[in-house]
Ligand binder design. Structure first.
Ligand SMILES: [Zn+2]
Length: 287
């Protein structure tokens, strides 16, 4: 990596934009401003839009020629990062970019400041030589790591649309095997309260006879994910079966990821659980 690029990237990584920490809200805003300024310096337009949580970064970098006829590519990335704790497990300062051998180390380098930098840098380099073939619209946020919704709300309300969208917020399973993730998984979470009686009962007298909330909860959670690791049938309603192409891709994926998730990290619950996970991820390889 050219030294100038390293320095530029280091500048963004130096900002401790931890969105989950209210004390870092100013840093999160600084990281948003850094990105907007980067796009502006390249000849585009960009603004940091305040929201009632963390800001959005919205900008446009026009195609070098035929701007109105060129397709528009929407680019998403996020400038916030996960908290760096526990700090004693870091060998170097988490917010100082460091190169060791072929690898770069810093909080956010692979999620998502590094990827986002590659995108904006590529776009601005092409623009600087008059070779940017598409209009690039940046729609980035600064709360991805803390479960934000601003970008979703913005895109849903933005009627301009785009011809394609790039979310550069993932990794490669294996070096030398570029990979497109064609969809991402979501998350649903909730707080569950189970109550089995109107008042406390003495365990020595009623234990084992009166319904215990813990036992009820065990039954509820166990029914959601039976032993084969697949979601219960009612929760699978509406799932589109994988296509032959997807099945074939997963076969090669499994070869690539034969050790995934790896005995040193975790074992899949069962074979079906593992293939069910592919179905949820719907990932494809580009070979
Ligand atoms: Zn991310």
């Amino acid at each position: 990596m050219p030294e100038a690029w390293f320095d530029e990237l280091a500048e963004l990584l130096r900002i401790p934009s931890v969105s989950a920490d209210p004390a870092r809200a100013g840093d999160v805003g600084d990281a948003a401003e850094w990105l907007a300024e980067f796009v502006r310096r390249a000849g585009g337009s960009a603004e940091v839009v305040k929201t009632d949580t963390h800001p959005l970064i919205l900008g446009d970098l026009p195609a070098s020629t035929n701007g109105s006829g060129a397709p528009t590519v929407l680019v998403y990335g996020h400038v916030d990062v996960q908290p760096p704790d526990p700090l004693d497990l870091w060998e170097t300062d988490p917010f100082t970019l460091e190169q060791r051998g072929e690898w770069l180390y810093a909080r956010g380098i692979v999620d998502d400041k590094g990827q986002l930098y590659m995108l904006v840098k590529a776009a601005t380099e092409l623009a600087s030589t008059g070779e940017l073939p598409v209009n690039v619209r940046f729609a980035c946020d600064s709360e991805e790591e803390s479960g934000g919704h601003q970008i979703v709300d913005f895109l849903a309300a933005d009627e301009r649309g785009a011809d394609a969208a790039v979310i550069f917020d993932a990794g490669m399973t294996k070096r030398g095997v570029p990979e497109f993730a064609v969809s991402t998984r979501g998350i649903v979470y909730f707080h569950l309260t189970v109550r089995t009686g109107e008042r406390d009962l003495h365990s020595g007298v009623f234990g084992g006879a009166a319904a215990n909330a813990v036992h009820a909860l065990m039954g509820i959670l166990g029914a959601l994910q039976p032993q084969d690791g697949r979601l219960a049938e009612p929760l699978r309603a509406g799932i589109a079966p994988p296509t032959d192409e997807e099945q074939a891709a997963w076969t090669s994926s499994r070869r690539v990821r034969s050790s995934w998730p790896g005995p040193e990290r975790s074992r899949p619950i069962t074979g079906p659980a593992r293939s069910s996970t592919w179905a949820r991820r719907r990932s494809r390889h580009w070979t």
